[in-house]
Design a protein around this ligand. Sequence first.
Ligand SMILES: [Mn+2]
Length: 468
Amino acid sequence: MDPYRSNKLNQSILEVLSRMLQVSVKDPRVGFVTINSVEVNRDHSVAQIYWSVLGDEEDRKSSFAGLKKARGYMMSNLTRTLGLRAAPDLRFIYDDTVAKGLELDNVLDQLAQNGEFKSEADRKKGMVLEDLIPPFELVQGIRRAEKIWVVPHHNPDPDAMGSALALSAALTEMGRDVRVVSYEDPPLGFGDMPGFDGVVTNDQAEEIFRDEEPDTLILVDCHDISRCGPLEEVLDRFNTRWCIDHHLVSGRKAPESGWIEAKSCSTCTLIHRVIDNLAQGDSEFADEPFNMTVGMATNIYAGLINDTGGFRFSNTMPLTFELARRLSLMGVDTAAVSRQTMHRYRPEGVALLQRVLESFEYHRNGRILILRATQAMLDETGGSMPDTEGFVNIATAVDGVKYIAFMKELGTDVWRVSLRVRGEGDVQILAAQHGGGGHKQAAGCTIEGVADDIAADLAVDLGALLGR
Ligand SMILES: [Mn+2]
């Protein structure tokens, strides 16, 4: 057997078992166990697992008992996660050479160095791109896939669409059969994104699914198919689903498996890391290395600038600029991407903006601002809901305003509400109370009822946040 493959398998088993010990092995007897190394034999039928545990002889005994008990579970989970034909027989061998060398002081030093004692803000500041590591299972899952659908959330923004286009271009590069499935009425500016002309829309999805059944679904900027609106029914048929997203999970819905990293300023940042990883190639899947293209980089940049509001929002971190720098060096026309995807209005959209500005309604001495876009305004101006993208940024620019609620009339007595906070605060809590989600700074939900009542309730609820 190729020694390179064995080494790689050793490393993979070590990573997956370590993760299982942290996340899914719940046996209380298993203490602070570390897996130091793994050695598979020539035909991969046996894996020797060298482990140690923090503590004394008693901890060692009870941890060993727990490991033996979990062995069957670990073997089947390992086979599934790594896509092995058969599970290697796991043999646990206690190896305290590593543990002995680590006095408690060293452990504490290590924790301090890893930033365990730092504040969240300081830790974010210190993060570099390489600290964002795509989960092993996700990368393997993507490599195993052959016919893939990449799907952004309903009403996609440039982060969702940029993520979908960049990832699908990378998968195409890898020889996979891939489609970006999106929605009708895309916002202005998407037409300039590389690869957008190949996107299919939700109305065609049913037929395409039937004719050439795909095997894998990857949701981007979205962690649950319920956020895919008109695509939810078709997507529900996929057995293999992954997601890549940076939204906080409200806890109400179980997310798909994949990578949800709320510390990341955009999904595109995560997509960059995934593509970086895929681009290294993997002989096990006969995946050749490839280079990230300027097209991929351009789509990633579109998501990066839009989700950070052009590097103005508080989610902008040093690594945001690091990524921007790398993309710019790759040849992305950053000025063109800004022009094409930000602050861009159709004349009908500007007419609509005029009407929306007239709806501005202030509460609590101008600290709360509620605005509306109604179906009547659309009819009168010829504007559409996608035209309202960006209007909320005007509201957040009004001096003295702390909380903003933008109500968009989706249908009779059905309102989509976008919530924003300037500076410190958390509107995600309020959105979650209405079954929505998002981030602390920007969140959204759908509320049914009469407009004036909803506005009055929002003024009260946001007022309560002000009081905190
Ligand atoms: Mn996003």
